[in-house]
Ligand binder design. Structure first.
Ligand SMILES: [Zn+2]
Length: 96
């Protein structure tokens, strides 16, 4: 068992390489040996597992945002109110 663990560690890239390979594997082809090494690394490294979960979460969130339509406003601001508000904001920004 100890030899198997040592062999797995030899196949595993370091954290920086593993996260780089992991990110690249989501976007495109990564050589099989790198994918295998990264998988082994993720089994052994808690921090990189967390990184991979966070990366998947962010990726899914970005896709949801990208695919969602902006919500329809419940009301339309009258044009006069809009221009008045814009003018007021400009005045405030000029003070800064
Ligand atoms: Zn790691």
């Amino acid at each position: 068992m100890k030899n198997l663990l040592q062999y797995a560690k030899q196949l595993s890239p370091n954290c920086r390489e593993a996260t780089w390979f992991y990110s690249r594997s989501l976007d495109g082809a990564v050589p099989l040996s790198a994918r295998l090494g990264t998988r082994i690394h993720l089994l052994l490294c808690k921090r990189c597992r967390r990184y991979s979960r966070q990366t998947l979460f962010l990726r899914a969130a970005c896709r949801r945002i990208q695919n969602s339509r902006p919500p329809k406003p419940h009301f339309a601001m009258p044009a006069e109110m809009r221009s008045s508000l814009q003018a007021r904001l400009r005045q405030e920004m000029e003070k800064m």
